[in-house]
Design a binder for this molecule. Structure first.
Ligand code: FAD
Ligand code: SIN
Length: 532
């Protein structure tokens, strides 16, 4: 058994930021970070475009960033949260700069600012096209400065401990569900440990792996959202899955390599197989329309022309600037035989970001006492029905800070709960056939991609739900009898994610933001968040 004052699940931008802030403030308290892979294997590491922040009040304003965020969110953002994130953003970004994160500057020493879909101004700070990797590097180094932060790699968190594990009946209606810590599988010795904490912070990232084609790395299996749902936390807005319009199309390769939207911000043009620049016929903002619009337009062009992808034309872009801003993309394309100045890049939409998640209040508290959530696994009210590009790194910084502040104010009320039983693994055996897990995962990903993708309808959603139901029953049977492994637990979590997305989509009898249902092609007059 392990005991820690603060338990953080996840070592991306959200988890590490929380940990550093809390470690500084409380040098005599312990902060334990659990992560199921290597420390830096996170969605954060793969972020390309950058971090949206108003840091040039001469040319930009908070009001504009707020408005851009609200427009993208299509009526479902919480305006107070949008204002808070936009206005607190600059201070939070300055903090990580102080901790050593680099962002590109011009020869005058001014920050260079990029533009992406839905932004009215150039405001995206970036480090070449590997912003996330630079932020992750800086945060990991900063976290290592604190002797009261312990990072445990290759610990797979299985479940949140609540009164349910003490033998009480816990339902959604139970008023005081409380988190006492987690059970986690130590992948080095395959033992399941109980970890008790005064306070637990879920920072477990996204769920792109629910789809066959995704920009998300393999760790993005929605574990935190699924375990919070099992623990009866409120989960909201899961139907709003953001598809990035321009993932590099390479048949059979997953995860897909991202071609950042910043390429379009710098002049890249989308063309169909006939070479036609089609975006203007879909939206006056053309290639820089918000992501939902561009992804749907590409989807429609692909269906109309019977192709698996469209093209991104960078032929007229400044070669020197491209190589400076996008060296990683340039090299990746080169490695598969594409010279971006001579050939167009084949691109197609891919599942990219989960706008919904664990519902939190304005300081990151979930509906379970002593369980906080920040980063991609949370639903704070910032994104509404569609996230504005490059707002998620910002949200993670602001909410990690808000969680840390709120916990600091409540620290005297938080205590360990003794008497939590050990995990009971009796009656389980190693699964005889791995194919039972891998095939189910493939089926789930296909169902989600084919029936619950960019364009949905009622029949597809109904079919998806019955297939998910079957996969759920089969997997629960396996779970009850098999020794636990990350593969099995991730499959189980992804099935829950699929269920939550489909359920949310079925509730929403309208088309709004990222959710487009051809049976209800218009927006309803009633604004509602789907909370499950
Ligand atoms: P992550 O960084 O994903 O970290 C999750 C952590 O949780 C990992 O350490 C993982 O191991 C751990 N974890 C998960 N499950 C378990 C478990 N069961 N047990 C133990 N540990 C677990 N956003 C922007 O704002 N700007 C961008 O330019 C941008 N570009 C992107 C490009 C790509 C290719 C991708 C995939 C995303 C991009 N995003 C971007 C989105 C952004 O990167 C993520 O939303 C953000 O980094 C999420 O951070 P996080 O801390 O919430 O989670
Ligand atoms: C990108 O660089 O296009 C991704 C930005 C984001 O997801 O916010």
């Amino acid at each position: 058994m392990l005991k820690t004052d603060f338990l953080v699940i996840g070592s991306g931008i959200a988890g590490l930021t929380f940990a550093v802030k809390t470690a500084r403030r409380f040098p005599d308290k312990t902060i334990t970070i659990l992560t199921k892979a290597n420390t830096d294997e996170t969605n954060t590491k793969y972020a390309q475009g950058g971090i949206a922040v108003v840091n040039d009040l001469e040319h930009d304003s908070y009001a504009k960033h707020i408005e851009d965020t609200l427009i993208a969110g299509d009526g479902l953002c919480n305006p107070d949260i949008v204002e808070a994130v936009v206005k607190e953003g600059p201070e939070r970004v300055n903090e990580i700069i102080e901790w050593g994160a680099n962002f590109d500057k011009d020869i005058q020493g001014e920050y260079m600012r990029g533009k992406e879909g839905g932004h009215s101004e150039f405001r995206i700070l970036h480090y070449k096209d590997i912003t996330g990797s630079e932020i992750e590097r800086a945060l990991v180094e900063e976290a290592k400065q604190y002797s009261n932060i312990n990072i445990y790699n290759h610990w797979f968190v299985l479940d949140i401990i609540t009164q349910h594990h003490l033998g009480y009946l816990v339902t959604k209606a139970t008023p005081d569900i409380t988190c006492y810590g987690v059970y986690a599988l130590n992948l080095e010795n395959n033992s399941i440990e109980k970890i008790l904490a005064c306070c637990t912070i879920m920072a477990s990232g996204g769920a792109g792996q629910a789809y066959r084609t995704t920009t998300n790395p393999r760790i993005a299996t929605g574990d935190g959202i699924a375990m919070a749902y099992r623990a009866k936390a409120r989960i909201e807005n899961m139907e709003f899955i953001q598809f990035h319009p321009t993932a590099l199309y390479e048949a059979g390769i997953s995860p897909s390599f991202l071609i950042t939207e910043a390429v379009r911000g710098d002049g890249g043009i989308l063309r169909n197989k006939d070479g036609v620049a089609f975006m203007k016929s879909y939206d006056p903002r053309a290639d820089l329309a918000p992501r939902d619009v561009v992804a749907r337009a590409i989807d429609s062009e692909m269906k109309r022309t019977g192709t698996e992808h469209v093209y991104l034309d960078c032929g007229d872009m400044d070669k020197h600037k491209f190589q400076q801003h996008f060296p990683n993309i340039y090299a990746k394309c080169k490695s598969i035989g594409i010279d971006v100045f001579l050939q167009m890049i084949p691109v197609a939409p891919a599942a990219h970001y989960c706008c919904g998640g664990i519902k939190t209040d304005s300081v990151g508290r979930s509906s379970i006492i002593n369980l906080y959530a920040c980063g991609e696994c949370s639903s704070t009210g910032l994104h509404g029905a569609n996230r504005l590009a490059s707002n998620s790194l910002l949200e993670a910084l602001v909410f990690a800070h808000r969680c840390a502040e709120d916990i600091a104010n409540r620290i005297d009320d938080m205590h360990f709960h003794e008497g939590v039983p050990d995990w009971n693994a009796s009656g389980t055996n190693d699964p005889r056939e791995m194919i039972l897990i891998t095939q189910s995962l493939k089926e789930l990903q296909l169902v989600m991609s084919d029936y619950v993708g960019i364009v949905r309808n009622d029949i597809r959603l109904h079919r998806a739900m019955s297939r998910i139901d079957l996969l759920h029953n089969e997997t629960e049977d396996l779970y009850k009898t098999a020794t636990l492994s990350p593969h099995l637990c991730e499959l189980r979590n992804l099935i829950t994610i699929g269920y939550l997305i489909v359920k949310g989509a079925q509730f929403r009898k309208e088309s709004r933001g990222l959710h487009f249902n051809t049976d209800y092609p218009y927006k309803s007059d009633i604004l509602q968040q789907v909370v499950l």
